[in-house]
Design a protein around this ligand. Structure first.
Ligand code: GZL
Length: 335
């Protein structure tokens, strides 16, 4: 692992703390928590910046990463950015100061990372993207990506709607879309994949897309507004289960039956969504697994050992829908 003199460690620890101290009265943030690993010279030290706590998916992802670090004996410096890109940039700078072996992070949005990732590259620290991509002109700024294929997830959502229309002879379907965080990879690619599958098919019309920012509360607010603005809505395509749960509250408060009056297609696969699928209130759940921890730790150890890793690593992901014969046999989701 990276040799670190005592003076360097003390300086790095001071800088790390200084960079993470709350500035301008902002809410105290979690300083990096050292977890796992025995701290010995041969222990791999991973700096991980998590983007926030916006959904059950995110909480499951964070829990899985921390538990995987324990399992792998990786020492984890973990920081939660509480939905602020600037906090992720500060955390990455503190990881550089601390001279971690590897930096991994889930970028809340795709833009704005070149400066800090150039600092990491110039410090000789490999960067692993997790869960979401960045957009950059310089491919050397990260060594790999581990996370979902969001375009495929969008295509699976659209394919389900086409299959349902085929099976039930549905026509003239008015669709509304609750999108995730603007400029995030899942929001952009789930939207594109869905549109690819219904493009040119006169049975489908997307009335409106509004961003619920992956939040349950905003999902409900947006759905209330959509129901007020549109005389008839036949389909909701929602980019994550948290927004879907909020939207279903709004649909039921409007006296409509989710899953029957409005076809509901959602992404993530958290337990609450699977429960509603089994109750007939959701028609299709596209899985987006948050369980990336073991893959991240495996790739981290390889990078710390100077090994090459794949540029892109996608986990296996499934689709659950009302047509599944084994709908009632879905194992517990764990998030
Ligand atoms: C997808 C992830 C998304 C989830 C949301 O990999 O980035 O962010 O779909 C989460 O639940 O908020």
């Amino acid at each position: 692992m990276r040799p670190r003199s005592r003076a360097t460690l003390l300086l790095a620890a001071f800088l790390a703390l200084a960079l993470l101290l709350p500035l301008g009265g902002c809410a105290p943030r979690s300083a990096p928590e050292d977890t796992a690993g025995d701290g010995g010279e041969d222990t791999v030290l991973l700096g991980f910046s998590q983007l926030g706590r916006e959904s059950a998916w995110r909480m499951g992802n964070s829990r899985d990463i921390q538990e995987a670090a324990e399992r792998a004996g990786v020492q984890l410096m973990y920081d939660n950015a509480q939905q602020e890109q600037e906090n992720q940039i500060k955390a990455i700078r503190s990881f550089i100061a601390y001279q971690v072996d590897v930096i991994a992070f889930a970028p809340i949005v795709e833009q704005g990372w070149d400066t800090v990732l150039t600092e990491a590259r110039d410090a000789g620290i490999p960067v692993l993207l997790t869960d979401r991509f960045i957009v950059t002109e310089d491919p050397s700024l990260y060594v790999g990506y581990v996370g979902a294929d969001f375009l495929a997830e969008g295509r699976k959502a659209g394919a389900f709607l086409v299959e349902k229309a085929d099976r039930e002879g549905l026509e003239d379907l008015k669709i509304v879309e609750l999108s995730g965080t603007l400029s995030s990879t899942p929001m952009q690619q789930r939207s594109s994949g869905f549109r690819e599958m219904i493009a040119g098919d006169a049975r489908f019309e997307i009335l409106e897309t509004v961003s619920g920012d992956f939040l349950r509360s905003k999902g409900k607010e947006c759905m209330i507004a959509l129901l007020e603005r549109h005389e008839r809505i036949d389909v909701l395509f929602s980019h994550n289960d948290s927004m879907t749960l909020g939207a279903i509250e709004a649909i039921e408060e409007a006296g409509l039956r989710p899953g029957e009056d409005i076809i509901i297609i959602t992404v993530d696969g958290e337990q609450a969504a699977i429960d509603l699928l089994q109750e007939g209130k959701i028609n299709c759940v596209v899985e987006c697994t948050p369980m990336l921890g073991d893959i991240i730790m495996d790739l981290t150890k390889k990078l710390a050992a100077g090994e090459e890793i794949p540029r892109v690593t996608h986990p296996e992901e499934d689709v659950f829908c009302e047509f599944d014969a084994d709908l009632m046999d879905i194992p517990p989701r764990g998030y």
